[in-house]
Design a protein around this ligand. Structure first.
Ligand code: FAD
Ligand code: NAI
Length: 477
C-alpha cells in the first residue's frame, strides 16, 4: 500500500462528487476522487445512485415504456396502425444498461480530460489530520492511502427499508431491483406514492402490470401545489394506477413467488394484498457507513446526515459535504450545484447555491415540474399573491402532439408581481420549467414573461399565457 498526496480528495463519484472533483481540478487543485460502485464485472462504475440505479436508468425505462404504450394506443390516433406489437423486456433492460454504461464511461473520460485521479474502492478516514492533511484509506481494488488537506464527502444515500421487510431485490425491491425486473409482474405492489413510486409504478403499469400503490399519508403528493396534485391524481387514476392513501402498513411476508402485505386502509379496515413483486419507496437515508466519521469526530445530525452549515462546511477544518448525504432535497442537480459551490469556495471564490430556485420534476406522463412556492405555502405564510393558469388543451402545439392534459400555473406577488412559484403538469414539463427557473433567478415579474416573445407553435406559449392569466389577459383561452 502506498501513500499519495493531493490537494483535494472527493469521496463518492455521484453527481455531487464527480462534478466537485472536475470543478476543483479546473480551478487548479490536484484532485483524487474515490468511488466504491462496482459494475457487474467488478469494474468501476462512477456516477453514483443517479447514474447506476437512479435518474438515468429510470428515465431510460420511462422512455422505453412510453414508446411501448404509445405504440399500443396513441399511435392509432395519428393514423399509424401497429400490427403484432410485442414487448422484448430483455432488450429494453439491455438498452437501459447500455445507457448507464455510456454514462459511467463518460465520467471516466471526463476525469482523464480534467486530470482527476480516480481510485476504485471504499474510502474512510484513517485518523486525525497530520501536517499532510487527512489520511484517507482506500480499500481494494485500489489499496492506497491518500493524504489531502481538503476533503469533500459526497457519499449519497440508500433506500430506506421498512422494519421487518428487508430488500431481497427478488420479491421486495428497492430502486435497484425495481429497475431490473426480468419479467413483467402481473400484480405489482408499491409502498410510498412519492417520486420513485410514481415513476417506477408508471414504467411497470405501461408494460402491463396491475399496479397498486399504498401511501401512508392521507394526502397525495403533499409537497406539490394542491391544484396540480389533484389534477395528477385524476390523470393517474384514469391511466389505471390504483393509489390508496392513508394506509397503515402492517406485516409483510414473502412466499416462494409472491409477497403479502397486510395493511389498514384509510377507513381503518384490515386489508391483505398479494403481489408478484413489491417495490418499497418510502424515502432514502444518508450513507455514512464505513466512512470512519467517529475516528475524526465528524459530526452527524440527529437523522444521520453529515452536519453542515449553509456553505457545506462540516465541523472539521477543510472537510466539506454535499449532495444526498447533507440536508436539503435529494436531487442530482442540487448535489451538483453544491459540488461546484464547494470547489469554488475552496479556491477562495464565492460559490453560490440558491435553494429557492431548485426545480423539481416527476417524470410521469404527464410530467410534473415546479419551482418556488406552492399556493398552500403562500397561504400558510400569509403572502398576498395572484394566480394564473393556462391549460394545455388550449395550446396548438399540445393539440398537434396529441398530448393536451395538464396546465401551467403562475403564482406572483400581489403587489410587486414578482414570480413566487411556477407549477406545470403536462408534456415536457421537465424542459418548460427551466424558463421559470431563469426568470425567478433574475427576480422577474409575471409581466416580464407575459411580454417575452415565445415561438409559435410551442408548448412554451402555455407558460406565457399562464403569466398573462395572472391579470386575466389570456389570448387563447
Ligand atoms: P450518489 O449519487 O448516491 O453517489 C454517492 C457515491 O458515493 C456512490 O457511487 C457510492 O457508491 C459512493 N460511496 C459511498 N460511500 C463511499 C465510500 N465510503 N467510499 C467510496 N465511495 C463511496 N434526482 C434527480 O435530480 N432527478 C432524477 O430524475 C432522479 N431520479 C432518481 C431515480 C431514482 C430511482 C433514485 C433512487 C434517485 C433519483 N434521483 C433523481 C436522486 C439522485 O439520484 C440523487 O439525488 C443523487 O444521486 C445524489 O447524488 P450524490 O452525489 O449526493 O450521491
Ligand atoms: P419520497 O420522499 O419522494 O416519497 C416517499 C413516500 O412514501 C411519501 O409519499 C411518504 O409519505 C411515503 N411513506 C413513507 N413512509 C411510509 C410508510 N411507512 N408507509 C407508507 N408510505 C410511506 O421518496 P422516494 O420516492 O423513495 O424517493 C426518494 C428520493 O429520491 C426523492 O425524495 C427524491 O429526492 C429522489 N428522486 C427524485 C426523482 C426525480 O427528481 N425525478 C426520481 C426519484 C427519486
Amino acid at each position: 500500500m502506498s501513500t499519495k498526496q493531493f490537494d483535494v480528495v472527493v469521496i463518492g463519484a455521484g453527481p455531487g462528487g464527480y462534478i466537485a472533483a472536475i470543478r476543483a481540478a479546473q480551478l487548479g487543485f490536484s484532485v483524487a476522487c474515490v468511488d466504491a460502485w462496482e459494475n457487474a464485472k467488478g469494474g468501476p462504475a462512477p456516477g453514483g445512485t443517479c447514474t447506476n440505479v437512479g435518474c438515468i436508468p429510470s428515465k431510460a425505462l420511462l422512455q422505453s415504456s412510453e414508446h411501448y404504450e404509445h405504440a399500443g394506443h396513441a399511435f392509432k390516433e395519428h393514423g399509424i396502425d401497429v400490427a403484432g406489437l410485442s414487448l422484448n423486456l430483455g432488450q429494453m433492460i439491455k438498452r437501459k444498461d447500455t445507457v448507464v454504461k455510456q454514462n459511467n464511461d463518460g465520467i471516466l473520460f471526463l476525469f482523464k480530460k480534467n486530470k482527476v485521479s480516480f481510485f476504485h474502492g471504499r474510502a474512510s478516514f484513517g485518523g486525525a489530520a497530520t501536517a499532510d492533511g487527512y489520511p484517507i484509506v482506500v480499500s481494494a481494488p485500489a489499496n492506497e492511502t491518500i493524504n489531502a488537506k481538503q476533503v469533500i464527502i459526497a457519499t449519497g444515500s440508500n433506500a430506506r427499508e421498512l422494519p421487518g421487510a428487508p430488500f431481497d431485490e427478488k420479491l421486495i425491491l428497492s430502486n435497484t431491483g425495481a429497475l431490473a425486473i426480468d419479467a413483467v409482474p402481473a400484480k405489482l405492489g408499491v409502498i410510498g406514492a412519492g417520486v420513485i413510486g410514481l415513476e417506477m409504478g408508471s414504467v411497470w403499469r405501461r408494460l402491463g402490470s396491475e399496479v397498486t400503490v399504498l401511501e401512508g399519508l392521507p394526502v397525495f403528493l403533499g409537497a406539490v401545489d394542491e391544484q396540480i396534485a389533484k389534477e395528477a391524481g385524476k390523470l393517474f387514476a384514469k391511466q389505471g394506477l390504483s393509489i390508496n392513501l392513508g394506509c397503515k402498513i402492517g406485516k409483510i411476508s414473502t412466499g416462494k413467488n409472491n409477497v403479502t402485505v397486510e395493511y389498514e386502509n384509510a377507513k381503518g379496515e384490515a386489508q391483505s394484498a398479494v403481489f408478484d413483486k413489491l417495490i418499497i419507496s418510502i424515502g432514502r437515508t444518508p450513507n455514512t457507513n464505513g466512512l470512519g466519521a467517529d475516528k475524526v469526530g465528524l459530526q452527524l445530525d440527529e437523522r444521520g446526515f453529515v452536519a453542515v452549515d449553509g456553505d457545506c462546511k462540516t465541523n472539521l477544518p477543510g472537510v466539506w459535504a454535499v449532495g444526498d448525504v447533507v440536508r436539503g432535497p435529494m436531487l442530482a442537480h442540487k448535489a451538483e450545484e453544491e459540488g461546484v459551490a464547494v470547489a469554488e469556495r475552496m479556491a477562495g471564490q464565492h460559490g453560490h447555491t440558491n435553494f429557492n430556485t431548485i426545480p423539481w420534476v416527476i417524470y410521469t406522463s404527464p410530467e410534473i415540474a415546479w419551482v418556488g412556492k406552492t399556493e398552500q405555502q403562500l397561504k400558510a405564510e400569509g403572502v398576498a399573491y395572484k394566480a394564473g393558469t393556462f391549460p394545455f388543451l388550449a395550446n396548438g402545439r399540445a393539440r398537434a402532439l396529441g398530448d393536451t392534459s395538464g396546465m401551467v400555473k403562475f403564482l406572483a406577488d400581489a403587489t410587486t408581481d414578482e414570480i413566487l412559484g411556477v407549477h406545470i403538469i403536462g408534456p415536457m414539463a421537465s424542459e418548460l420549467i427551466s424558463e421559470a427557473v431563469v426568470a425567478m433567478e433574475f427576480k422577474a415579474s409575471a409581466e416580464d414573461i407575459a411580454r417575452i416573445c415565445h415561438a409559435h407553435p410551442s408548448l412554451s406559449e402555455a407558460t406565457k399565457e399562464a403569466a398573462l392569466a395572472i391579470d386575466k389577459r389570456t389570448l387563447n383561452f
